[in-house]
Design a protein around this ligand. Structure first.
Ligand code: PHE
Length: 363
């Protein structure tokens, strides 16, 4: 049996040495170590052997296996290197070109560009920076407290139904605590439903008077269709000073509509309920398609509702540590997608997050 093994070993070592390609080596490997490979099956007669014989053949067999596997590994390296050297020597078949003709080859410009929403964000920031508004960031994963409670929307209040909310399960241990053991994210965690979650945060961080703006992603538990998305962008301003009124709010609305629609769009305010403003307003812009005559887009009304706004509720100001007898505030916000749909005539809100290049390349 020993000689059998030796013959097998010598035969394979020679074949490995002579192989010229990786494919050949793979074949050899299978021939030896495959399911019914010659080496694999070799021990099948070991059971007939005497103990003393087995003691000799077993280690020899293991050694042979190792030697052969190592030989394949080594040969693979050699073959790879030889192939590589061969490729290096092959002529690439490139035409020689003079530097004159190089100048004539036009390089293709890079095709990528920012997303339409990002472009719009930059437009908005430019418009409001001119009026002295600074950017503020609030978290997209937030507590019930900042997204609802401090905004005068208590637990179990029917006004909660205005926002279909995506809640996040957190265990008691999962909550972040301060060194004193105080809950830093008390209550349930959720994905913010609006940028208004920044309102009280701003008041806590910045002394009035201030002008701040918030931009960013918001989330709602929506059944999506052409007018509803679960993930979308909102913009909002929070403006706190002495003696602000609805007149300032109307001015800001018209200023903004004119900045982004490019001409004299009138704005009007109509009463609308939001728990964190009083009075609350729906902000309409004169329909940019029919200029107020009434058309299909505005449903014959002549106006389009473009934003939500109002004077910040005294309770909310108090929650942010601001005395409502001294200061008043304006909050004003809208969804970027909705506004762009009007301006660009986009029919389906789902296109924004679709990644569809036919849509994205248009802007
Ligand atoms: N946060 C409100 C919403 O998402 C919009 C709003 C902003 C309303 C500011 C009033 C003031 O529906």
């Amino acid at each position: 049996m020993e000689t059998q093994l030796d013959i097998l070993k010598k035969k394979f070592l020679l074949e490995i040495e002579n192989s010229q390609s990786l494919k050949e080596l793979d074949g050899l490997f299978l021939q030896m170590f495959g399911k019914s490979g010659e080496i694999t099956l070799f021990p099948k007669n070991f059971s007939k052997l005497e103990k003393s014989e087995l003691k000799i053949i077993s280690p020899l067999f293991n050694q042979t296996k190792k030697t052969l596997a190592e030989a394949v590994r080594k040969r693979r390296g050699e073959v790879k290197l030889a192939d590589f050297k061969k490729i290096l020597q092959e002529p690439l078949g490139l035409r020689k070109i003079s530097t004159d003709s190089l100048e004539k080859i036009k390089t293709k410009k890079r095709q990528g560009h920012t997303h339409i929403i990002t472009q719009f964000e930059e437009e908005i920031i430019r418009a409001f920076s001119k009026l002295g508004f600074a950017q503020f960031d609030a978290p997209q994963i937030d507590s019930d407290t900042y997204n609802f409670e401090l905004l005068n929307i208590p637990q179990d209040h029917p006004a909660r139904d205005l926002w279909d909310t995506l809640y996040i399960e957190t265990s008691e241990e999962g909550r972040v605590k301060s060194e004193e053991g105080e809950n830093l994210n008390p209550g349930k965690l959720l994905l913010r439903t609006h940028t208004s979650n920044a309102q009280v945060r701003i008041m806590e961080k910045i002394k009035p008077p201030f002008r701040q703006m918030i931009l960013g992603r918001c989330y709602r538990y929506e059944n999506t269709d052409a007018r509803h998305e679960h993930t979308f962008e909102q913009f909002e301003i929070v403006y706190v000073d002495k003696g602000l009124s609805m007149a300032n709010l109307l001015y800001l609305s018209e200023y903004f509509f004119q900045a982004i629609f490019g001409y004299d769009v009138k704005a009007r305010l109509k009463p609308k309920y939001y728990p964190f403003v009083e009075p609350g307003a729906g902000v309409d812009g004169l329909c940019i398609f029919c200029k107020g005559k009434g058309c299909k887009v505005c449903g014959g009304v002549g106006w389009l509702e473009l934003a939500g706004a109002g004077m910040i509720h005294p309770t909310v100001l108090k929650n942010g540590g601001i005395d409502p007898d001294v200061y008043s505030g304006i909050a004003w916000g809208f969804g970027l997608g909705r506004m762009l749909m009007v301006r660009e005539g986009i029919k389906d809100v789902r296109l924004f997050n679709s990644g569809d290049l036919r849509f994205l390349n248009k802007y």
